[in-house]
Design a binder for this molecule. Structure first.
Ligand code: PNS
Length: 170
């Protein structure tokens, strides 16, 4: 039986932390499905089509990485895809509480599906999509923390505020 894993999330945008976890998952499982939640945030920076296109481009040379979207309950999607595993990344202890709650709720909803936690490489442990957007919009460097394609798209979408903008001069 093929071992199929689902790696769910918002991916707004995809970071190198996500890429690291997906690559690790692709080595462990026959196939890993990157499943993007539709309507996760009311106002995402990247449209769903953009997020899907970015992930497909980043993994275009990895045939066992699939990119898909889902809505509704994650466990229902996982069952529909006949996958056995949900992959989640754990960066720090602070992630644990929410992830623990989700894993146990998902276990209660469908006891046949296992959640597997994976750690990204150390240099990605502090990255999150939210922080990337914030830092970039305030003029900070995100090079090396997101795929080049994401950095380019951020440049198209977000006009970084110059340092000092918003300060009133006396
Ligand atoms: O990128 P995120 O925000 O950490 O991903 C969270 C996600 C998409 C995994 C979670 O919100 C989710 O699974 N949503 C689908 C709805 C659902 O099944 N909720 C119950 C989870 S216990």
């Amino acid at each position: 039986m093929a071992r199929l894993a689902v790696y769910p999330g918002s991916f707004d945008p995809l970071t190198n932390g996500h890429v690291d976890i997906i690559s690790r998952g692709a080595r462990l499982f026959d196939r890993i499905i990157v499943a993007m939640l539709v309507n996760a945030e009311k106002q995402p920076l990247f449209t769903m089509a953009e997020r899907v296109a970015i992930a497909r481009e980043v993994f275009r040379d990895q045939p066992n990485v699939e990119v898909d979207t889902f809505d509704g309950l994650l466990v229902d999607y996982v069952a529909r895809r006949r996958a056995q595993v949900i992959v989640r990344g754990l960066r720090a202890v602070s992630d644990f509480e929410f992830e623990f709650q989700m894993a146990l709720m998902n276990q209660r909803l469908n006891a046949t599906i296992e959640t597997v936690f994976m750690m990204p490489a150390e240099q990605y442990t502090y990255i999150s999509s939210r922080l990337i957007k914030e830092v970039f919009s305030l003029g900070g460097r995100v090079h090396g923390l997101v795929p080049d394609m994401v950095e380019a798209r951020l440049r198209e979408k977000v006009t970084p505020q110059p340092i000092g903008a918003g300060k009133k001069s006396k």
